[in-house]
Design a protein around this ligand. Structure first.
Ligand SMILES: [Fe+2]
Ligand SMILES: [Fe+2]
Length: 274
């Protein structure tokens, strides 16, 4: 019988298939330009999430949503005691592995050099647009930064693969000469944490990008999650060279599927705005 979790994945899959490829978080108090942005960032192209203050944006981000771009307007209120400061919000975004490659556009109606707060947060952003802005320039910046974010996202996936492969190979080496079970469990626990984070990371972005083969990919990840759980159930017997090599070859098969997803990302990149 299909589990509730699995059914949820199927439902999510079809919900996501009906929407656009890219998600943009707009953090901005309602203003005249908001309507212009909503028209330009039309739903057939973008899934636009609009939060009107930094605390709501913070709460949204902690729902673990995958994003392709953040547009942050300095008109966003953050003055009450419970709200999150601009700097804290942007520092948090740049320090989390799932968002650190998400480009940020900063909108403001004052020049950066004229305001101290702007100087402080400018280091976290990829583009600064002075408002009122030229719609064409705005859209050009959005398209270019989404593509830049995708390239960084691909590089992040490759880096996580390299790190995981290195750690699995290290553990295979350890099993050759060490009888220290605690050391092997510790190393495998780290691999488990990194692998699970990596699978979650890929899955959230695949759903976000409406990747058609997401479900198959998710099932492959489930096989690998279960392989790690299997090893940890009887670590003394199972953390050995043969079992680890078997897990490594499952990882290698998944890499082939990841390459397919990466080719898909290259295909959906935004076209140039003249
Ligand atoms: Fe994968
Ligand atoms: Fe992967």
């Amino acid at each position: 019988m299909l589990g509730v979790c699995y059914l949820e994945q199927i439902i999510n899959h079809f919900v996501y298939l009906m929407s656009a490829n890219f998600s943009i978080l707009l953090i901005e108090a309602d203003c005249v330009e908001t309507q212009v942005q909503k028209i330009m960032l039309a739903p057939e192209k973008f899934n636009l999430i609009h939060e009107t203050n930094s605390t709501d944006a913070w709460n949204f981000l902690h729902g673990k949503h995958a994003l392709d771009l953040i547009i942050f307007n300095l008109n966003t209120p953050n003055s009450s005691f419970f709200t999150i400061s601009y700097e804290k919000l942007l520092t948090a975004i740049k320090s989390q592995h799932q968002w650190r490659n998400v480009p940020i556009i900063l909108l403001s109606d004052v020049q950066i050099s004229k305001k101290e707060i702007l100087m402080k947060i400018a280091k976290h952003v990829d583009a600064f647009i002075l408002s009122p802005f030229n719609p064409k320039r705005f859209l050009k910046e959005v398209n270019e930064l989404i593509n830049k974010g995708i390239n960084k996202h691909i590089a992040e996936i490759h880096q996580q693969h390299i790190d995981l492969a290195r750690r699995i190979n290290q553990l295979i080496d350890i099993t050759e000469y060490s009888t220290d079970v605690v050391e092997k469990i510790e190393k495998l626990m780290i691999i488990k944490q990194l692998a699970f984070e990596h699978f979650d990371f890929e899955e959230s972005y695949m759903r976000n990008h409406n990747y058609a083969d997401y479900l198959v990919h998710f099932q492959n990840h489930e096989v690998m999650r279960n392989s790690i759980r299997f090893l940890l159930k009887d670590p003394k017997e199972r953390i050995n060279k043969d079992e680890l090599k078997k897990f490594y070859s499952e990882m290698f098969d998944d890499l082939k599927d990841d390459e397919q997803y990466i080719r898909f990302l290259d295909q959906i990149k935004m076209s140039e705005v003249e």
